[in-house]
Design a protein around this ligand. Structure first.
Ligand code: NAD
Ligand code: ZN
Length: 351
């Protein structure tokens, strides 16, 4: 599949067979640096390098330590050093082979080295295939603040081999599905039911289902981002489930995966909307069942609600003491609203 509704192609496929050929069509320089992490390196670096070398590219490799705790400027520094040492110029290319962490770090290095060199994304987690590889946000964490250093920078190509998620821990697959179902919940009811009906096939890595998901995710996220690349009203709907989700993530000290927190946030947003009379009870129950079927949490026993609340309140999205929430109207449609009633939020989080 080759979607090209934006300036760069997104290839969705089931192997790396056409990687080199696709790369050639970009007409970049001959030098490539594959940036990956230790976990991904052992599975996919060799096959990608070989494909690229067979097509005449000069390939080198830079392996990062895995995990969010290494998504920092030091990692970027290491990439700069290698680029300078190998005399990369602006026609050459950085290839991000890995999940969202590798993609965000590598994208930022690409955006800033020589004011921008070619950048290609090869996402290998469901989250990065569904979410982070499309949209042009790059960056790293700084002094304990997530994603505060960054740039908007678009790749020249996104190459998605859906079979790479076969080596991903199952918990990571579920976490990625939170962002996947989020796309359906904000804009596409049919898509939600498709995911629900095909949950088992997803967990069994059915190639056709995975390719369909990748295509849908890129189309939905792409359509939102294209209209509103720099985050205003429309792009904000992608934050559905994230206001509560981010707070839970922080309060739990990042012991839960991001997608798991988003799932808790989605369930919370549905309950909040029910209290406000904006969504019906059947939808709330339905969504809860869907999330559980994807092996995602919908609440967290023992969660310190006061802490979550104060984190939400002091989050950057708070303007004029009002909490800006994206809430569901039904499955497949959301709206934005300001909530001032803090007790309401606490009550909803307790449920
Ligand atoms: P990740 O990159 O840390 O990957 C999760 C884990 O899986 C890591 O340990 C990694 O080494 C391992 N892994 C990756 N691919 C694998 C594979 N195919 N087989 C086996 N193991 C594999 O995390 P993620 O969930 O992909 O991404 C999370 C990051 O993405 C966060 O830093 C978040 O801020 C960022 N993000 C960015 C955007 C954006 O628009 N740029 C959007 C959403 C999230
Ligand atoms: Zn997210």
């Amino acid at each position: 599949v080759n979607l090209k509704e934006r300036s760069y192609p997104i290839c969705i496929t089931t192997s790396f067979d056409d990687f080199g050929k696709t790369f050639l069509s970009l007409r970049t320089g001959k030098k490539l640096l594959i940036v990956t992490d230790e976990n991904v390196d052992k599975y996919y670096s060799d096959i990608c390098s070989k494909e690229l070398e067979n097509n005449g590219f000069e390939v080198s490799r830079h392996v990062l330590a895995p995990g969010e705790q290494h998504k920092n400027l030091e990692a970027v520094y290491g990439i700069y050093q290698q680029l300078v040492e190998y005399k990369f110029d602006r026609t050459d290319t950085l290839v991000a082979l890995g999940g969202g962490v590798v993609g965000d770090i590598t994208g930022f290095a690409a955006a800033t080295y020589m004011r921008g060199i070619n950048f290609v994304q090869v996402p290998t987690t469901l989250l990065s295939q569904a979410d982070s590889s499309v949209g042009g946000k790059t960056g790293v964490d700084f002094n304990g603040h997530k994603n505060v250093i960054g740039a908007f920078y678009q790749p020249k190509l996104v190459f998605i081999n859906v079979n790479t998620i076969k080596t991903l821990p199952k918990r990571e697959v579920s976490a990625g599905l939170a962002e996947v179902i989020k796309h359906g919940l904000i804009l596409d009811e049919e898509y939600c039911y498709y995911i629900n009906e095909n949950a088992e096939k997803i967990f069994n890595y059915d190639e056709n289902v995975l390719q369909y998901l990748a295509k849908k995710n890129c189309a939905i996220k792409g359509s939102v981002v294209e209209e509103d690349e720099k985050e205003n009203e429309l792009r904000a709907i992608l934050n559905f489930g994230h206001t509560i989700g981010h707070a839970v993530e922080t309060v739990q000290n990042f012991s839960l995966l991001h997608g798991e927190c988003v799932s808790i946030g989605i369930a919370g947003a549905f309950r909040l909307s029910l209290y406000l009379g904006a969504v019906n009870e059947a939808a709330v129950e339905n969504v809860k069942k869907m999330l559980l079927k994807l092996e995602l949490p919908v609440s967290l026993p023992g969660l310190d609600v006061e802490k979550v609340y104060s984190h939400i309140f002091y989050d950057k999205k708070v303007k004029d003491n009002k909490l800006k929430f994206v809430l569901p109207r039904r499955i497949g449609e959301v709206f934005q609203c300001n909530i001032e009633d803090s007790e309401l939020i606490k009550k909803v989080l307790f449920d």
